[in-house]
Ligand binder design. Sequence first.
Ligand SMILES: Cc1cc2nc3c(=O)[nH]c(=O)nc-3n(C[C@H](O)[C@H](O)[C@H](O)COP(=O)(O)O)c2cc1C
Length: 396
Amino acid sequence: MLQNKNILLCITGSIACYKSVDLYRKLKKEGANVKIAVSASAAKFISPYIFESFGEEVFEDDAFKSPLSHIALSKFADIILIAPATYNTINKLAAGIADTLITLTAAAAPDKPKILVPAMNPNMYANKILKENLEKLCAFNFSVVSPETGNAACGDYGEGKFPEIDDIIFGVKSVFKKKTLKGKKVLVTAGATREYLDPVRFMSNGSSGKMGIGIANAAVQAGAEVTLIALNIGDRIKYINRHIKIINRTDFSGLKEVLLSEFKKTDILFMAAAVSDYGFKEKSPVKIKKSGNKGAGGTLQIELMQNEDLLKAVSKIKKIGQIVFGFAAETDSAIENGRKKLAEKSLDYIFVNDVSKDIIGGDENEGFLINKSGEIKSFKRENKESLAEKLIDEIN
Ligand SMILES: Cc1cc2nc3c(=O)[nH]c(=O)nc-3n(C[C@H](O)[C@H](O)[C@H](O)COP(=O)(O)O)c2cc1C
């Protein structure tokens, strides 16, 4: 999404300045064209030579040295990213002061999106002057990637820490997304249920949760408030945006209980989790021993019971205006089965994929989207993150 985008990375004088080197490298890796401006204070924390040694021209804080560079930079930028953004620079911007190259460039770019990544001592970040000014700036084409809570360099604990690079990149990409789900509450299920036979053994499937988490992240970028019911997603997931409310559950009954209560507060449900169709009729409270349970020929008889269909349960309590988006894993007659499920479960959309094609647990997906009117759209194989963005666009 950042391929060939022009980003002006402005670095101001926080102790977190050194982290902007990693940020610069990640932006380049994402394909962006990056120009760099450093404030006079930032140049005391990190040498501009770091960026010059990567082949970049660095614009230092002397607007008089290279006349009109603020105009050229403001025209170059698709986005002005101020990271870290100091207390000083944020408050100056809000007051309309333009006495540094960075504040001057921002002043010359009122229509361009500008992102602030504040980083400072927690007491400074809690200062109401700053809070009011951040709010004010948000009405003037600025957005904020909020800092994290943790220990500041001075030892104080609280909100003010420079966020993770992935969160900043997410914030930059969000600027290019239309806020079509603003004000909407989105609920996503992701991962695989585990049905326990005894305290150590369970029945599950290979779903990683990547598709559902891609949907959850894309919904945040579209402006939604997102809750994720995560089922055993483990550490195979690269990134979950920190604004997503995560509710962890393990098995079918845990999922059912939280899904039915959360659904009531939801505008759009994406049911991407792979839910077990069966559970064990009886769960042993102790580990089943190898000896003593054997039947004829060394067999062990275990009875399974069908679990309730959660999408049908949801459709029973669905109110007018709520949207339910289902996913179906098929190994044959994908479209035919998808259509049948859409009708049986009163869904608004269903995404059907052929899981015989090495999709479960993988990084990529492909399939067909069927809507209530019976229209079918085919999606070629691509990574689950970008497919998720396309599916979110379809809702619009
Ligand atoms: C050691 C040291 C660390 C500082 N760390 C921060 C910081 O993390 N955040 C901040 O907003 N200001 C910090 N400051 C203060 C700014 O550097 C100072 O307000 C400066 O005027 C900022 O100028 P600029 O916004 O043009 O870069 C620090 C100052 C010093 C001396």
